[in-house]
Design a protein around this ligand. Structure first.
Ligand code: PML
Ligand code: MG
Length: 261
């Protein structure tokens, strides 16, 4: 019998104390699970948090909760990989793509000039594309996008079709970017990892798709970045509510797919 009830399963891990009490963010994770798969889902997140390149956590929280909201089904954004040789070239390309997606140049320059403000966050910073001001008021925490997943078999089918690596990092980032870009107030997202062993990042939006850039920082660097550039946000709280609470499953069907430049 197929199960219709889904649970959101979440993990966060830190070192040197819990988040908000001086601890360094190590890892976070999001899954949707049926009741019968809960144990496996918890194990997947436990393993993720315990085997992380940012260090060994001494604090971890794993929680699950039954979802009452209707799950939204979304297609993954189209993906392109842009190969660059240097961080400078990577960041230049990121600026070009952000502008193409609709973020004014002066706002991009302002955001990149204040990058140190988002280092150490476990969530995203929200920046208004008119004022360039941060509007989420979440301080060092940022906004954590939650309640989303992509069933492994369907992801693997997609990855095989496009010859992308079947890695969970690409999967998780594409799930998040597809959910975020679906909201009409999102103009674009800029992201690179805070993990020292991963230097590929991306710019994403509804119109340019998920544009991977192979070098946005140097190996060994633990400073990551996740910024959502937003437009005409009359109600910040309802936007944050969408990011945190709307359950989303990514689903791919070969016959409905389109390519991007
Ligand atoms: C992360 O690790 O936190 C973000 C990874 C972003 C890039 C994933 C990819 O497309 O390879
Ligand atoms: Mg990380």
């Amino acid at each position: 019998m197929q199960e219709n009830n889904f649970y959101s399963v979440r993990m966060r891990a830190s070192k040197g104390g819990s988040h908000g009490y001086g601890g360094k963010h190590i890892s976070g994770g999001e899954l949707l699970s049926t009741n019968s798969d809960l144990q496996q889902a918890v194990n997947v997140l436990l393993k993720k948090g315990l085997t992380h390149s940012r260090g060994k956590p001494d604090y971890m929280q794993i929680q699950f909760e039954l979802l009452n909201e209707q799950i939204k089904r979304l297609k993954p954004l189209n993906v392109k990989t842009n190969i660059v040789e240097t961080v400078e070239n990577g960041r230049e390309l990121a600026c070009f793509l952000l502008e193409k997606a609709g973020v004014p140049k002066r706002i991009i320059d302002k955001a990149l000039g204040q990058l140190t403000n988002c280092f150490g966050f476990r969530g995203a910073m929200l920046i208004d594309i008119y004022s360039g001001k941060r509007i989420d008021e979440r301080n060092a925490k940022g906004v954590r996008v939650s309640r989303m997943d992509w069933l492994d078999n369907n992801f693997k089918k997609w990855a095989t079709h496009y010859q992308f690596p079947q890695n969970s990092r690409l999967k998780e980032a594409l799930v998040l970017a597809s959910k975020v870009s679906e909201h009409h107030a999102t103009v674009a997202e800029l992201c690179w990892s805070d993990d020292p062993d991963y230097i590929t990042g991306y710019v994403a939006s509804k119109n340019i798709g998920y544009q991977r850039i192979t070098k946005l920082k140097e190996y060994g660097d633990e400073q990551g970045c996740r910024i959502f550039f937003v437009n005409k946000l009359e109600d910040v709280n309802s936007y944050i509510n969408y990011l945190e609470k709307q359950p989303v499953f990514i689903e791919w069907e070969e016959e409905n797919d389109t390519e991007i430049d």
